[in-house]
Write a protein that binds this ligand. Structure first.
Ligand code: ATP
Length: 503
């Protein structure tokens, strides 16, 4: 697992997808730059989301709100008071950890014990083995599950009651050690606010304290009435937005999974109070379908329903994805009630209500939110696509099987040799196709090596121009995944590529 993840990170660098930020100064932790291919992949993911959410839905519109917002926004939203992580320091190693993550990791270890029991039993019982039955009846497994539930619910309760002493007590009772040094010498648990502060204004006395937004959602809430009125939107309707968000994450590891500066793609759907259950189901279903439409394997997704709810929610679920380090949250679907709009009414003194012509009355709408991290989606797509294949001739190839619609470069045009007029014909094809697709021209090295390079880069098609092309205007088109090659007319290339990369 670790090895696979290391391969993902080094491949992302080697092929111009993701670089460590400010690398020449030894980098900045949990901050990353998207390189030439990464920026394209990221843009394609964003476009794929935008198309599904905004373009395809008559009742959803998109906005682009500023990162800076009036500071009262974050008082109203609850972020100033409640957007905290519980931290604990190890006195010996001087390392800082999130107390909840230490406890969750402890439970994850118990979960691997369950997996082992299941694997052992599957081997023993063979065809007669039913996982569900085994898990629900085996005393050892049941014991492990109970242990996990007891630990997690105690932690949830203590965090909710701000009983940080009990969180520490739990860590001590479980004898959780510093993962790096093994030391069990812990400080007290403290709350730490995740928002980045900054200042607006030139002179010290007039400067206003601001925050970099920790989520894009609030830019939608404060614009709710403006959009509703100017767009003449009728409930139910949605407002979507993509953009940067900032969090001073403490446990910043796992590459672009958890960053300090990242991008979100969020949609707030405004509904009539009382209909939230039905819309919650609708958006869970719709968002899962969006993921599945990329063809990355149904088994790689699962829902995780939250038992512990954030202060604003009455129901919440995550869509989890199987990352190289296990199933983790990729997207959240939250039923936020009228919490945010009501809070903004309270703090701004402005009415944020919708007049419902059918009911002939005004109310504060309820909200259903879908929130996905663009960078996390990037990691899901990239890590799932990177594969090593054994070929029939005994060699292996590294291939990045990106969904074609998301691939940075759709086709590479390769003259077989650098002479006899082949480069000129290849250039002409590039000049023609580039109006519709991002294409590459590549003439260096033997054609087999160029194929491998494009495979590793994730390019769905290679188009080779050879001497026959000069005679009959046909080229060889090679498919990345099947490696099959066919002879086609130059004039048909556009349609062939379009069919595969368009949604
Ligand atoms: P986590 O539990 O992983 O910290 P969260 O529950 O705080 O995430 P939300 O506040 O619901 O996350 O944010 C919505 C989405 O934004 C997440 O599902 C995730 O995809 C993304 N996201 C949140 N924090 C980060 C981060 N630090 N880096 C990258 N993506 C993030």
């Amino acid at each position: 697992q670790d090895d696979q993840f290391k391969k993902v990170i080094s491949h992302a660098k080697e092929y111009g997808y993701v670089f460590q930020s400010s690398e020449i100064y030894d980098g900045l932790s949990a901050v990353y730059d998207y390189a030439q291919n990464g920026a394209e992949l990221k843009k394609n993911i964003r476009d794929y989301w935008w198309k599904a959410m905004v373009q395809m839905n008559e009742n959803i519109v998109g906005i682009d709100a500023a990162i800076f917002m009036h500071p009262t926004t974050w008082k109203a939203s609850g972020h100033v008071d409640a957007f905290n992580d519980p931290l604990i320091d190890n006195k010996d190693s001087k390392k800082r950890y999130r107390a909840d993550v230490l406890i969750e990791d402890y439970c994850a270890k118990i979960e691997t014990k369950i997996d082992k029991e299941v694997a052992k039993a599957a081997k023993r019982f063979g065809d007669a083995f039913s996982k569900e039955e085994f898990v629900s009846t085996n005393p050892r497994v049941l014991g492990y599950q109970e242990q996990i539930t007891t630990i997690l619910s105690r932690m949830a309760k203590s965090l909710e009651n701000e009983d940080l002493a009990d969180v520490k007590a739990l860590i001590e009772e479980l004898e959780i050690a510093d993962p790096l040094t093994g030391s069990k010498n812990w400080t007290d648990v403290k709350q730490f606010n995740l928002m980045f502060g900054t200042k607006l204004g030139a002179s010290a006395e007039n400067a206003m304290d601001l925050y970099l937004r920790p989520e894009t959602a609030q830019g939608i809430f404060v614009n709710f009435l403006n959009v509703q009125k100017t767009g003449r939107m009728k409930i139910p309707f949605g407002i979507a937005q993509t953009g940067k968000a900032f969090r001073n994450e403490i446990v910043a590891r796992q590459f672009i999974f958890r960053m300090r500066e990242f991008e979100q793609m969020e949609m707030q759907f405004f509904i009539k109070p009382g209909t939230q259950q039905e819309w919650y189901e609708h958006w869970k279903d719709t968002r899962l379908k969006w993921h599945l439409s990329l063809g990355m394997g149904e088994d790689n997704y699962r829902f995780h329903d939250h038992e512990k709810l954030a202060h604003y929610a009455d129901a919440a679920a995550d869509i989890e994805f199987k990352f190289p380090f296990g199933f983790k949250e990729l997207e959240g679907i939250h039923s936020r009630t009228d919490f945010d709009l009501s809070q903004h009414e309270k703090f701004s003194g402005k009415k944020l209500q919708y007049f419902d012509p059918e009911e002939n009355k005004s109310y504060v709408p309820y909200v259903l939110e879908t929130s996905i991290g663009l960078d996390r989606m990037f990691l899901a797509v990239f890590s799932n696509s990177l594969q090593e294949e054994e070929l029939e001739n005994g060699t292996t190839r590294t291939v990045l099987k990106l969904p074609s619609v998301l691939a940075p470069v759709k086709a590479a045009i390769l003259p077989l040799v650098k002479k006899d007029g082949l480069p000129e014909v290849a250039r002409k094809i590039v000049d023609d196709l580039k109006w519709d697709f991002n294409v590459d021209y590549d003439e260096k090295d033997a054609v087999g090596r160029r194929y491998r390079r494009q495979d590793a880069n994730g390019t769905p098609f290679c188009i080779t121009v050879d001497h026959d092309t000069l005679e009959d205007n046909t080229v060889t088109i090679r498919h990345r995944d099947s490696m099959e090659q066919e002879r086609v007319k130059i004039e048909d290339l556009r349609d062939i590529i379009k069919k595969e990369v368009d949604v």
